[in-house]
Ligand binder design. Structure first.
Ligand code: 1CP
Length: 331
């Protein structure tokens, strides 16, 4: 079908003459209009859970750059809120989670955001819903906040496997409901962020990344047909087994995945990635060379152009415009 969004065609395995493009963290502090909206919202949680404001944050980068996909503006620690954790954003810090009462209206608010965005998007622009994958969300719950190595969370995983598993079972149950609600509200694809997959050794990775993702995907697929993109950041050699056994429909690649390996992965699943976010900060010929290297290697199969991780706040918006123009052949 000609009017099917380019993103969905690529995720379904089609090789596109021009790869669809969107960027992880395409909404956020590098955009002056986001900073203004954030100011107006007061707190970051209010921004995420007020559909009118969250929809506006989602649409800002689409208006400015015309990406092929929008990604729901929300955050990964919203899932623990649904599983009985309290969440606050400390000034100048990331999320802080503590066991508590949680909030029961998260899914309703987020689904309302999805509906609003969907109604406002041009028909060729896909909408991506998301949540964190079980290990990464459990890691934030157990650690209580961001960490370089998630040593506390890993200690619980090793020392108290039953407690760890009980938490993951609960998170998986709420994640299935949350993702299905997003799909039913109009999300065209779903993404699972396993941002901390790379801190686990092989055995834990197989059990708590691949197998835990497989169970989550199975639960989602029993109720909706939308494609699922998996992002096991830092998986290294284990990307291959993740591609074969996690049940996801497409793979998001981090910047460290060599293009020769990426091409092998692409023989198994459509791939998305993997420009280094700092190459986007640098811009100029260094960025242009990286873009053509990635495109030359991955453009001959099912491919979605993206960064290998999120846009950083110091990124000049003009470099994003140049990147999109390069990919569209207008620069
Ligand atoms: O100051 C601000 O305005 C808050 C910055 C911010 C933003 C813009 C946070 C706090 N979250 C978000 C939005 C967000 N987060 C989106 C939607 C916007 C978009 O992509 O355009 C998405 C998909 C996420 C997902 C997310 N949140 C991830 C996975 C992706 C990744 O970067 O690996 C993770 C790990 C988080 C947790 C989080 N939220 C925010 C921060 C600062 C962090 C990192 C905390 C830490 O580990 O220290």
């Amino acid at each position: 079908m000609e009017d099917k969004p380019a993103l969905l065609r690529a995720l379904a395995g089609e090789t596109m003459a021009r790869p669809p493009v969107w960027l992880m963290r395409q909404a956020g502090r590098y955009l002056p209009e986001y900073r203004a909206l954030r100011e107006k919202a007061g707190g970051f949680l209010e921004l995420c859970l007020t559909p009118e404001l969250a929809a506006e944050a989602t649409l800002q980068p689409i208006r400015r750059f015309g990406f092929d996909a929008a990604i729901l503006f929300a955050d990964l620690p919203l899932l623990p809120l649904l599983a009985g954790f309290d969440l606050r954003y400390a000034e100048g810090e990331g999320p802080v989670l503590t066991p508590g009462k949680g909030r029961s209206d998260v899914t309703v608010q987020v689904a309302a955001t999805v509906q609003r965005v969907k109604a406002a998007l041009p028909p060729g622009t896909a909408l991506i819903g998301f949540t964190g994958a079980p290990w990464t969300v459990a890691a934030y719950c157990l650690e209580g906040r961001g960490s370089r190595d998630f040593a506390t969370a890993k200690t619980v995983m090793f020392r108290e496997p039953a407690r760890y598993q009980a938490l993951v079972d609960r998170l998986t149950e709420v994640a299935i409901e949350y993702l299905v609600a997003q799909a039913e509200a109009g999300a065209d694809a779903l993404k699972l962020f396993d941002s901390w997959a790379g801190v686990l050794p092989e055995t834990s990775f197989r059990q708590h990344v691949i197998e835990a993702t497989r169970r989550l995907v199975e639960g989602v697929k029993a109720r909706t047909k939308v494609p699922v993109i998996g992002f096991p950041r830092g998986a290294g050699f284990l990307y291959h087994d993740y591609a074969r056994h996690s049940g996801v429909d497409a793979l998001a690649l981090d910047p460290a995945v060599p293009l020769a390996e990426a091409a092998k992965l692409q023989a198994v699943l459509p791939v998305q990635g993997n420009l280094d976010p700092i190459a986007l900060v640098a811009g100029g010929s260094a960025m242009a060379q990286e873009v053509s290297r990635i495109r030359a290697k991955l453009g001959r199969g099912p491919f979605v152009f993206n960064l290998g991780h999120g846009i950083v706040p110091q990124t000049p918006p003009e470099h994003v415009a140049t990147l999109v123009a390069l990919l569209r052949g207008d620069a």
